[in-house]
Design a protein around this ligand. Structure first.
Ligand SMILES: NC(=O)c1ccc[n+]([C@@H]2O[C@H](COP(=O)([O-])OP(=O)(O)OC[C@H]3O[C@@H](n4cnc5c(N)ncnc54)[C@H](O)[C@@H]3O)[C@@H](O)[C@H]2O)c1
Length: 419
């Protein structure tokens, strides 16, 4: 008989590993299956590859019932299986290859009565139209012989206040019994479970959350470009609007959106709308506005230098903070990449500093981080603050930089110019 587990997590990345840790912490026996043998052996040695999960937490999970493995047969012994594999976009089209591969691994091994939950972000209909047909083999009825649900992963990497345990978990079951099974599973790990009526409603919940961010960021980015032409300080405007105690939430301009979620998830929503013949125009436009921000940053830099009778060519530009957001070690999809590439194309001498990343990978080349922040600031002609990591002493940088272009609006000083 296969080894018995309360949960098998398929895919041990940013989404899967926090789930493993939460489950083990709450007394569950957890098998973690991943195709990546290096990742599995690293975890087996108690080392984490995920920002929010420490080595100590992995070691603790290993000591209390976590088994990382490349053997898919662990699924046969699991009462519940969560699928946490990547769902990237290829151009503007969702790529569900990993979800389908995972489903084909799970289907022949699923034990009677087990629960399968898809956690990967995807368009509405995936759980019932793509996953269910693979799992519902002849003679196997969903809600009776096995259970199926969708529950979005909502963790905000680097957020010290909200983690898996205190962020409500939304679940949508394929049937009422499926919803009950999924609710029971997550109630063992999180403070609050919110059941919605269908998997599609749960799938759309996640897309709405991230599209809401994308659209609101695009709104202030567009306003920032407009304010620049108008000669009005956009930071002052957003701060003033933020004093309204109701009906307004502050979003701030920036060099563009990055990471694994905000630039991708609205693409799933847009694809879904286009496929249904009802394009979601605001969603698509927001992406376009945010995608244009790195070029706008470089345009502002060129104008800034031009006003000082300098060209971009030959100027020593230091980029500070090249992760996709502050205080995390994740460079995926960072707007720093197109900013650096555009500046290099114009002939600038580009350098960067980031306490979290040693290398900035560009198309066809990579840059090493500057070893000393102080020396790099002193040596630059222009400093561009992209991500205001807490590690940075911003008043000191503003005081010592010969010229500072601040895309975060956090600094003040005689030689500071805001986005
Ligand atoms: N990164 C985040 O903070 C975040 C937040 C919310 C939602 N999500 C969503 O969670 C899903 C997973 O993203 P992630 O960031 O964890 O990805 P990731 O790349 O960090 O990890 C995915 C893991 O899945 C493994 N994998 C791929 N195909 C597999 C297969 N067929 N079987 C077993 N393992 C397989 C990979 O080797 C990798 O270890 C995506 O849909 C993503 O949109 C991510």
């Amino acid at each position: 008989m296969a080894e018995q587990y309360d949960l098998a997590v398929v895919g041990l990345g940013y989404a899967g590993l926090p789930l493993v840790v939460a489950a083990a912490r709450n007394g569950m026996r957890v098998a973690g299956f991943d195709l990546d043998a290096t990742r599995v052996s690293t975890l087996a040695r108690g080392l984490s590859h995920v920002d929010d999960i420490s080595d100590e937490e992995v070691a603790e999970a290993l000591a209390t019932g976590f088994t990382p493995t490349t053997d898919p047969d662990v699924i046969a012994g699991a009462a519940a299986v969560t699928i946490c594999v990547p769902t990237p976009l290829r151009g503007s089209v969702p790529d569900l290859t990993a979800v389908l591969d995972a489903a084909h691994l799970v289907a022949p091994r699923l034990r009677a009565g087990a629960l399968v939950v898809l956690e990967s972000t995807t368009y509405p209909g995936t759980t019932t139209d793509v996953l269910l047909p693979v799992l519902a083999r002849p003679g196997r009825v969903v809600g009776e012989d096995f259970h199926l649900a969708f529950s979005p992963e909502r963790v905000d990497p680097g957020n010290p206040a909200f983690g898996l345990h205190n962020t409500p978990k939304v679940v949508g079951g394929a049937t009422a019994r499926c919803a009950e099974a999924a609710t029971t599973l997550y109630e063992r790990m999180v403070q609050k479970v919110v059941a919605v009526s269908t998997p599609a409603a749960a799938e759309l919940t996640k897309l709405l959350e991230n599209t809401y961010r994308q659209v609101n960021i695009a709104l202030v980015n567009e306003l920032a470009v407009y304010c620049d032409g108008l000669g009005v300080d956009v930071w002052e405007v957003v701060a003033a609007a933020g004093t309204k105690p109701f009906g307004f939430q502050s979003f701030w301009p920036g060099p563009g959106v990055g990471g694994h979620c905000i630039p991708v998830d609205p693409g799933y929503l847009a694809f879904s709308g286009r496929s249904a013949g009802r394009p979601l125009r605001l969603t698509e436009l927001a992406q376009e506005v945010n995608d244009g921000m790195p070029a706008y940053v470089v345009d502002r830099i060129a104008r800034l230098l031009n006003d000082r009778e300098r060209s971009v060519r030959g100027t020593k530009v230091l980029l500070l903070g090249v992760t996709y957001k502050p205080d995390i070690a994740d460079g995926r999809g960072s707007p720093a990449v197109p900013v650096a590439e555009l500046l290099l194309d114009l002939g600038a001498e580009v350098r960067f500093h980031d306490p979290y990343l040693r290398t900035l990978r560009l198309n066809g080349r990579s840059l090493p981080t500057e070893p000393s922040l102080d020396a790099a600031v002193a040596d630059a002609d222009l400093v561009v603050l992209l991500q205001p990591h807490l590690d940075y002493d911003l008043p000191v940088i503003a005081d010592t930089a010969p010229l500072l272009f601040d895309t975060s609006g956090r600094t003040v000083g005689a030689r500071v110019v805001h986005l």
